[in-house]
Design a protein around this ligand. Structure first.
Ligand code: GL4
Length: 818
């Protein structure tokens, strides 16, 4: 149980033992560390109790395998979930500290790129809160997602040294270290009983050391574990290796250990095909699968029933080697026959697809794959051989089916095909996305094994994105409907009765205003730009990607600016366009788009003739911690991806929860958001997914027609190549211009239908403006958005995974006697 006085003493003691300082002498970072260790102390009791309960009750456990966990800061969230936030704030006040300032000392653990990694983090929060036994399994990257600096309008990547001061919430567990082997060759031996034995030889190996982070459930004493693996060399320079002339190998193993967990690949929705990436994948998967089997065997003697107690959820194809690794261990180490191992594996592994973007699909060259993972490759070959036989049986003589569905084809190992052929469940992440998978991208697989396919619409945790991120609104909601929404978000619909209530409207919009002031202050401090909190805060924050169409947004700003310049007296409601986005380090066009946004910002923000009616802000280093503040302050949520491209989106849900109104295409989960909130409470525009897909089948469309016939669009595009936003440099943005109209390269012109959707988008913006001018209408829409987001809690998503895929047992933690 939490006790304020004990806590204060613990903080003081920690500063002393950690830094040999008194609290008065400690730096803010040291205070943060001391406070966090004190909080960890409180967590540890529940952590122990949870593990004890699991041992006793032996519930089925999900291992959520993911290359990414975008956790965000832990301190504040842990305190809220422990129900100790207010007491700790008071305790710290009594010691002379401000909890918010201490929270700001925590580095954002950013072991993920964007939506996919943040989804994994929300899922862990929900699993603990719902009381399910779960491990997150991932990699302890020494450098997470890079920090973004903007210099002269350009993105600069700075290494994210999140571990430099030590991370107080992690626990090193060397006693659970595992060896992971790479390369070499497979020797086959015949055993006396006639069985073949496969032995990997002449390999290099590393030691995987787990670091555990507590995942605190909300007010239920459950503490699950995020286990991320670090790598160490297995034999630090042994002298005898020198003597035997194996110096080289010893150094190589040392290097392998160093490089393998060095850095997160900063690509979202993009496959780069790097060998080191495959090493990372096998590294954490082999360690995690070994650990899962070891844990199972402690309590159970029959490995044939592994799947009754364990399930692996593969977060996209990145962890798909788990399938072959499980087969390998079951056969080569546990002595199972192929068919027995296959039965266990196919009942254990399930796969989530997170994208249909062709460029994101993982296809490893056989060469690379078989050299790095010789035994794993053999096993995949055999899975492929048997799978092709199955296809032939079902579709005799149909070569086309084999070509489209084989796991190994054209010199490549196709990870999605492996995951589908070997998993017991394949799910998409929003209704529309799952339908597209079934009817287009994975049609052949769906026809062959329809029972595997299912939808699990994504969700987000209201505990981080409302309770923590928007404490004023959270308190207001609780005042009106009680606090059940914290663990039962659909309850929030009880706010609907306040949608027309003038007092409630005023309070709601007043909270929004205060959150806008908070963001305005942040923007002023970080960007030096003054923004008007009375203006419409129109926000697009997400990874920078062409399909997400930040370009459409900024081109529209250019258009609005032109309008305002041409008609200085036009009726114009002040607007602040806020962007936040990291571009993959090697994604040139995305980086140029950032430059364009900043270039437009420079011109527009400094043009006194428009009287500050348009402001453009690019928030540097968009990440979980500033996201929480940004969502709270948004009026308009820009969700404008080319229809069919965004599998789900999750920022759309975070905005909605915070009372922002969606301006978007019918893509991903936007479709379901509109279903929940009603068309009249969102602004929907543009091509539908089936129209986009139809155009794509026909080879695209002719943006030049639009360019030639629409003077407004023409003017905006010309400004890309006449130096308007580049101090006269006509070349700076030519690549963007070319991408829209292109005539030059083999690339289709305007792949993402920006010009096609431009005018409908501008119309939608006009409707937004009109709606915002009507204060009551807007307040009603905003309240209804918050009130209608019940479906989008990750608690609902996780409960569906549990009911329809994993079948876990719910657990209650006994804290008696602790
Ligand atoms: C993503 C999708 O792009 C995004 O729409 C989705 O919300 C997210 C979680 O399911 O997964 N897929 C990849 S790859 N990165 C993502 O963020």
């Amino acid at each position: 149980m939490f006790n304020k006085e004990t806590f204060k003493k613990s903080v003081k003691d920690n500063v002393k033992t950690l830094y040999r300082r008194t609290l008065e002498e400690a730096t803010p970072q040291q205070v943060f560390q001391a406070v966090s260790y004190a909080v960890k102390d409180v967590i540890i009791d529940d952590w122990l109790a949870t593990q004890k309960t699991y041992e006793k009750e032996d519930p089925k456990t999900v291992y959520y395998m993911s290359m990414e966990f975008l956790m965000g800061r832990a301190l504040g969230n842990n305190l809220l979930n422990l129900m100790a936030y207010d007491q700790v704030r008071e305790a710290l006040e009594e010691l002379g500290f401000d909890l918010n300032a201490i929270e700001d000392q925590e580095p954002d653990p950013a072991l993920g790129n964007g939506g996919l990694g943040r989804l994994a983090a929300c899922f862990l929060d929900s699993l603990a809160t719902l009381g399910y036994s779960a491990y997150g399994c991932g990699i302890r990257y020494r450098y997470g997602m890079f920090k973004q600096k903007i210099e002269n309008g350009y993105q600069i990547e700075v290494p994210d040294q999140w571990l430099k001061d030590g991370y107080p919430f992690e626990l090193r567990r060397p006693e659970y270290a595992k060896e992971v082997k790479f390369g070499g060759y497979v020797r086959v031996e015949m055993e006396p009983n006639g069985k073949m034995k496969f032995i990997q030889e002449n390999y290099q190996s590393v030691l995987a050391i787990p670091f555990d982070m507590p995942i605190v459930g909300y007010n239920n004493h459950v503490v699950n574990t995020l286990r991320i693996w670090d790598a160490e060399a297995i034999n630090n320079f042994q002298l005898d290796k020198f003597d035997k002339g194996e110096y080289h190998q010893a150094v190589e193993q040392e290097n392998l250990a160093k490089t393998i967990v060095e850095v997160l690949y900063p690509n979202d929705n993009h496959y780069a095909g790097k060998e080191l990436r495959l090493k990372q994948q096998y590294f954490f998967i082999s360690a995690s699968v070994q650990a899962a089997i070891e844990k199972y065997k402690k309590k159970h003697s029959d490995i044939h029933k592994f799947y009754e107690k364990v399930t692996f959820q593969l977060n996209d194809t990145h962890p798909t080697v788990a399938i072959a690794e499980l087969m390998r261990i079951l056969m080569d180490e546990e002595g199972l026959e192929w068919d027995e191992a296959w039965e266990v594996t196919t009942k254990t592994c399930a796969y989530t697809n997170h994208t249909i973007m062709a460029e994101a699909l993982e296809k490893w060259p056989i060469e690379l794959f078989s050299k790095l993972l010789p035994r794993i490759y053999q096993i995949i070959e055999e899975i492929n051989r048997r799978f092709i036989m199955e296809i032939q049986q079902k579709y005799p003589g149909n070569q086309d089916k084999i070509k489209k569905m084989a796991i190994i084809y054209d010199g490549q190992v196709k990870m999605a095909h492996l995951a589908i052929a070997s998993g017991y469940s394949v799910n998409g992440v929003a209704k529309l996305h799952t339908e597209i998978l079934k009817n287009q991208e994975l049609k052949d697989f769906y026809e062959m094994m329809p029972w595997k396919f299912n939808n699990k619409t994504n969700g987000i945790t209201q505990r981080r994105f409302l309770l923590h991120g928007n404490q004023m609104l959270a308190a207001w909601v609780t005042d009106h409907i009680g606090n059940e929404w914290i663990t039962d978000l659909p309850q929030i619909s009880r706010l609907k009765v306040y949608a027309d209530d003038e007092k409630a409207q005023q309070e709601f919009m007043n909270i929004k205003y205060q959150n806008k002031q908070r963001l305005a202050k942040y923007i002023y401090e970080h960007n030096g730009i003054e923004v008007n909190p009375r203006s419409i805060f129109d926000v697009q924050v997400k990874r920078l990607h062409e399909y997400k169409r930040q370009l459409l947004n900024i081109l529209h700003v250019m258009y609005l600016y032109n309008q305002l310049k041409e008609h200085p007296d036009m009726d114009f409601y002040p607007r602040t366009f806020i962007f936040g986005a990291k571009a993959a380090a090697g994604y040139r066009r995305a980086k140029l788009t950032i430059k364009l946004i900043n270039a437009v910002a420079d011109v527009v923000n400094n043009d006194t003739s428009i009287g500050g009616k348009i402001k453009v802000v690019f928030i540097e280093d968009y990440r979980v911690s500033n996201a929480e503040m940004i969502f709270a302050a948004a009026d308009v949520s820009e969700q404008i991806s080319t229809a069919s491209k965004e599998a789900s989106g999750t920022s759309n849900m975070k905005f909605m929860l915070n009372g922002a109104v969606t301006l978007g295409t019918l893509d991903g989960a936007n479709v379901e958001i509109v279903e929940e909130v009603g068309e009249e409470n969102a602004f929907i525009f543009g091509l539908r997914s089936d129209e986009v897909i139809q155009y794509e089948k026909n080879g695209g469309y002719y943006p030049m027609d639009i360019f030639n016939n629409d003077q407004d669009i023409r003017k905006v595009l010309m400004q890309l190549i006449n130096g308007t936003y580049a101090n006269g440099d006509m070349e700076m943005f030519r690549d963007i211009y070319d991408s829209l109209l292109n005539t030059k390269s083999s690339e289709r012109a305007d792949t993402y239908f920006i010009l096609k959707d431009f005018k409908p988008y501008a119309d939608a913006h006009r409707q937004v403006e009109a709606a915002y001018r009507d204060e009551k209408r807007w307040a009603k829409m905003a309240i209804l958005n918050t009130a209608s987001c019940g479906k989008f809690t990750s608690d609902r998503t996780i409960q569906q995974y549990v009911d329809e895929i994993w079948h876990l047992d719910k657990v209650q933690i006994e804290t008696e006697g602790l």
